[in-house]
Design a protein around this ligand. Structure first.
Ligand code: ADP
Length: 244
């Protein structure tokens, strides 16, 4: 029997918002403007996933990178915060770079094979970002339908992986900003929408909108969840990763 577990984000506030943390057998999507903290949360999760708790054994991480966002030095800094060996933490993160949307899909197929062989070893699968390569490969209106179909296949594979191998899937998504906003500085964060349409929206179990407040403070808000309240929480980005 598969036991659902939750991985801490490093911020108690953010964990509370998520109902305890990033959940296994489930897809958590964060979206927000560049610099809103998506990749920093992903990096912190790379470390916290490895820390066992009372009801969670800890495990390895698979990081699929589409935008060269992975920073080993950040992982080292975050590992120091948790008093862990920097080298072992890095060794427990399997890093794969995806070059186009088809490659990304093939990688996920291989990930499924790897998870099957190494039963129970991996606890977190990150795709940062889920949409970037699709936006590159399918430009213009004429190919949108085709893009959405491929995106749906990718999301359904992610869902299958999360459920079959009891892992948490964490994906980052981009946003569009409405251009006809007269006062962009006053309403920043309220006029951004996640990209990827209905398919990306409905295939994610939990969606979290991120926005910048001031300095290193960020606001996370649950977006359209059937289970979680639509509340907000603040967190900060520090040398040690994401925290309250
Ligand atoms: P994105 O949402 O585009 O993935 P990131 O997660 O990469 O954004 O967040 C980038 C933000 O994190 C920047 O504002 C940057 O200043 C901040 N940041 C990165 N490293 C640190 C650090 N060591 N201490 C404090 N803030 C940091």
């Amino acid at each position: 029997c598969k036991q659902v577990f939750k991985i801490s984000t490093g911020s108690a506030n953010l964990d509370k918002l998520l109902g305890g943390g990033v959940e296994s057998m489930s897809i958590t999507q964060v979206f927000g403007e560049a610099g809103s903290g998506k990749t920093q949360i992903a990096h912190t999760l790379c470390v916290t996933t490895q820390i066992p708790t009372e009801d969670y054994s800890g495990g390895k991480v698979m990081f699929i990178d589409t935008e060269r966002s992975f920073r080993p030095n950040r992982i080292r800094q975050i590992a120091r915060r948790f008093h862990l060996s920097e080298d072992s933490v890095l060794q427990n993160i399997l890093y794969i770079r995806a070059y186009n949307s088809e490659h990304q899909y093939q990688i996920l197929k291989n990930v499924a094979v790897k998870f099957h062989e190494d039963t129970g070893v991996f606890k977190l699968l990150i795709v940062d970002s889920i949409i970037a390569l699709f936006r590159n490969d399918f430009m213009g209106r004429g190919v949108l339908l085709n893009r959405q179909q491929k995106l749906a296949e990718t999301m359904s594979l992610l869902k299958k992986i999360s459920e079959e191998y009891n892992v948490a899937v964490f994906i980052t998504n981009q946003v569009t900003t409405s251009m006809n906003n007269k006062f962009p500085l006053l309403t920043i964060g309220d006029d951004v929408k996640p990209v990827g349409g209905n398919i990306l929206a409905h295939s994610s179990t939990t969606r979290v909108a991120l926005r910048k407040l001031t300095g290193n403070v960020r606001i996370a808000k649950i977006h359209d969840s059937p289970e979680l309240a639509e509340q907000e929480e603040a967190f900060t980005i520090t040398n040690g990763g994401v925290q309250d």
